[in-house]
Structures are given as structure tokens and as C-alpha cells.
Design a protein around this ligand. Structure first.
Ligand SMILES: *[C@@H]1O[C@H](CO)[C@@H](O)[C@H](O)[C@H]1NC(C)=O
Ligand SMILES: *[C@@H]1O[C@H](CO)[C@@H](O)[C@H](O)[C@H]1NC(C)=O
Ligand SMILES: *[C@@H]1O[C@H](CO)[C@@H](O)[C@H](O)[C@H]1NC(C)=O
Ligand SMILES: *[C@@H]1O[C@H](CO)[C@@H](O)[C@H](O)[C@H]1NC(C)=O
Length: 366
């Protein structure tokens, strides 16, 4: 699987990092994660470290970079959503995240591409290591809330989760937590409308402090309260502009074609939480049934595409495609046609973490 060149780089990394005496870095574990050969060290230098040690990336980039790594992002990223559901393990209804009690409710498919990319569900300690010391901001509506619940469920134990669950389900409030074990700071910002997201981005700009990982999503509230797709599109356009002026790197995203330019080590990893598939007949109010129709949903999706927020259309955000995941999980995975079982958001979390691995590897080696 691994070329001699990659192996050389790995070896070089080991020689380079081990003597650096990075205490507490668990390097001894040498976990095999990606491409069945990438040392765990790529995790440790992952999401957060490079900004603090720019010299690390300089040194590493002085090794010639293997082309295959550059291809990872485009090729493997496009297979990240190839998952399938196990009918027998899906717990319908509530937001129970104890899916492990029932076997594996989802898995990546066994297609050759997926196998070649070597995606894996991260365990607790891997997730803690990957996000060690990172600042993660998750902003949006209830979809974002379910997403951060799934993320915390991966990183916290069940007693800690109890209190988190209580706090997070206080309606319409922000939530902040610092994970003791790895110093990661997670902020949930209640931001139901695109305008709220724009306000948040402007706040980062004012404070000149940018998260390492930024996860955003919006749409359901606008759809219900305004039911005006073109207004939604306009506000997404404003959001895109504020994100573009946020960071020098982001402003390099042209309005035509995907990113090709150099990626600054400081730019946040950005993800867009797509809207779920709405099952109209299951929606729990008449107003929702009336306003949140298939036609309106499609119009909102079109506006999202046209806003060019998404990376596949040249924008800054990688889409976490809750729509397709929830559609394939289906009506058995939702009680109200809008909020899906925890397993859906768990899958989304693992998709994001695997993308972070791909991007981290690319930042170091690319
Ligand atoms: C997290 O990173 C810091 C350095 O930024 C390091 O001191 C600490 O040991 C790391 N913790 C883990 C769990 O890797
Ligand atoms: C993939 O293959 C493995 C082993 O052959 C099997 O256990 C697993 O269920 C398969 N996964 C899917 C999603 O088909
Ligand atoms: C899920 O876990 C919580 C706490 O760990 C427990 O109270 C609850 O009964 C579990 N739910 C199921 C469906 O097993
Ligand atoms: C979100 O934006 C709306 C419309 O601009 C505003 O009325 C509301 O107060 C904002 N909410 C939050 C939580 O910022």
C-alpha cells in the first residue's frame, strides 16, 4: 500500500518528532489509522498543532510531498458519505446515542474506493487526541445541537453526558464546555438564521480569534418563519462574503471553480451542516406541513448551491450531507420527520473527524 517515499517520510517524521520529547503525546501507541500505515503521529500534529509550530510544517514541507496525499482530499473526501445502515441495529425514535448497545447501526460501505481510503470510526481517545487543545465552534439550530451532542457523546463518559444532555436541551441557549482531558474548547452557539451565523463570523473578525474547526448550518427556521428561498439565498450570500473577508486564505476562494491555491495553516476547518430530509407527513404541526414542502426544500437547496458556500462549488465549507444520510436512514430513524435518531448525527461526526484527518495529513505533507 505504502510507497517507499511515504515510508521514508514517515520514518523521517519519527526521527524528527520522537527526539523532540513531546511528553504525553502517546506516541508509543503508534496507532494505525489511515491507509493502514500512517502513524498516529499524523493525528497528534493534526487539527491544532501546526499553527503553534509553524516550523514543523516548514520542516516537513521541505521533504518533497508525495502526490498521492494531494489527491486524498478530493478523492477520499468524495467517498466519506458512502455509508449503509444496518436495519437490525437502528434504534428508532428518541435521540438515544447508546447505539453501541444494539450493534453497529451504520458502517462505511465495502466499495473498493472506501476500502482504499481506510476510513475508520474514531474511538474516544483518538477523538480526544485529534481535537487536543482545539477550539471547536458549532453554530446553528437543533441540527447543530444534535451534532454537538453526538460529538460530546464520543468524547465524554456517560455520567458527564447526563449533565451535558440536560444543559443542551435547554431550548435556544448557547452552551460552552472545556473537555478536561484534552483541553478542547467546544462552543455551541444558538444561531437559527443565516444572519445569526453572519453575526458570529463578524464577531470572530472583530476579536481576531478564529476557531480551529467551525461547523455551521441553517435553513429550517428560515423556511418555517419566512418561507422565502430567495431571501434565504441572499442571506447566505452575505454569510459567504463575511466568511471571505474573515481570513486571507478564504478570500482566495474564487467564485468560479474549487480551491486550488495554497492553504494557510491557520485557516479553520469549515463544515456546513446540511438540512435533514423532511418527511412531510410526519411533521408535528400543520404549519410545518404546509410550509415545509418538498418544493420549498428543493428551492432552499438550490439557493444553498447558488450561494457557493460549499466547497464542491468553490466555497469554503465542506458539506456534511445530513440530507442524504437522513434520507437513507429513512422514516424509521425519525419521530417527527425532522429530527433524526442520534445514529445519524453520530455518522456525521465520524465523517467530519475523518475529513479532519485527511486535511491534517494534507497540511503536514501537502
Ligand atoms: C495536548 O497537547 C499539549 C500541547 O499542546 C500537550 O502538552 C498534551 O500532552 C496533549 N495532550 C494529549 C492528551 O495528547
Ligand atoms: C463489509 O465487509 C465486512 C467483512 O467482510 C462485513 O463484516 C461488513 O458487514 C461489511 N460491511 C458492509 C457495510 O457491507
Ligand atoms: C442510554 O444510556 C443512559 C445513560 O448511560 C441510560 O440512562 C439509558 O437508559 C440508555 N438508553 C438505552 C436505550 O439503553
Ligand atoms: C438571529 O437573527 C434574528 C434575525 O436577524 C434576530 O431577530 C435574533 O435575535 C437573532 N438571534 C440570535 C440568537 O442571535
Amino acid at each position: 500500500m505504502m510507497g517507499a517515499l511515504q515510508f521514508g517520510i514517515l520514518a523521517a517524521c519519527v526521527v524528527l518528532f520522537v527526539p523532540m520529547g513531546m511528553a504525553g503525546w502517546h506516541l508509543s501507541r503508534n496507532k494505525m489509522l489511515f491507509f493502514s500505515g500512517a502513524l498516529f503521529i499524523t493525528l497528534a500534529v493534526g487539527v491544532h498543532l501546526t499553527p503553534y509550530f509553524p516550523s514543523v510544517s516548514d520542516v516537513i514541507s521541505s521533504f518533497s510531498s508525495p502526490a498521492v496525499v494531494l489527491e486524498d482530499r478530493d478523492s477520499c473526501t468524495s467517498f466519506l458519505h458512502d455509508i449503509s445502515w444496518d436495519d437490525n441495529s437502528i434504534v428508532v425514535s428518541d435521540f438515544s446515542l447508546n447505539s453501541s448497545d444494539y450493534g453497529e447501526p451504520w458502517a462505511w460501505t465495502n466499495s473498493t474506493s472506501v476500502i482504499a481510503c481506510g476510513f475508520s470510526k474514531l474511538g474516544r481517545s483518538d477523538a480526544l487526541d485529534l481535537l487536543n487543545g482545539s477550539w471547536v465552534v458549532i453554530a446553528g439550530d437543533s441540527q447543530a445541537r444534535l451534532f454537538i451532542l453526538a460529538l460530546l457523546n464520543l468524547m465524554l463518559d456517560s455520567t458527564e453526558m447526563e449533565s451535558v444532555r440536560r444543559d443542551l436541551f435547554k431550548r435556544h441557549s448557547d452552551y460552552h464546555i472545556v473537555i478536561e482531558e484534552n483541553g478542547a474548547k467546544l462552543d455551541f452557539i444558538w444561531a437559527p438564521y443565516p444572519m445569526n451565523l453572519t453575526g458570529l463570523v463578524k464577531g470572530f473578525q472583530r476579536e481576531r480569534q478564529y476557531p480551529d474547526v467551525l461547523v455551521m448550518g441553517s435553513g429550517l427556521w428560515h423556511m418555517l418563519r419566512f418561507t422565502d428561498a430567495s431571501d434565504f439565498g441572499d442571506s447566505l450570500g452575505l454569510l459567504r462574503r463575511s466568511v471571505a473577508s474573515l481570513l486571507p486564505i478564504v478570500s482566495e476562494f474564487g467564485s468560479d471553480g474549487p480551491v486550488t491555491g495554497s492553504v494557510s495553516v491557520q485557516s479553520p476547518h469549515m463544515f456546513w451542516l446540511g438540512m435533514p430530509t423532511l418527511i412531510n407527513s410526519m411533521l408535528n404541526t400543520e404549519e410545518k406541513k404546509e410550509k415545509m414542502t418538498r418544493v420549498v426544500c428543493n428551492a432552499y437547496d438550490r439557493e444553498l448551491d447558488e450561494s457557493k458556500l460549499l466547497r464542491r462549488l468553490g466555497g469554503p465549507f465542506m458539506l456534511l450531507d445530513i440530507e442524504s444520510l437522513s434520507r437513507s436512514c429513512g422514516s424509521r430513524c425519525t419521530a417527527d420527520g425532522m429530527h433524526y435518531s442520534g445514529v445519524v448525527y453520530e455518522a456525521v461526526v465520524h465523517i467530519m473527524l475523518n475529513e479532519l484527518l485527511i486535511e491534517s495529513r494534507q497540511r503536514i505533507w501537502g
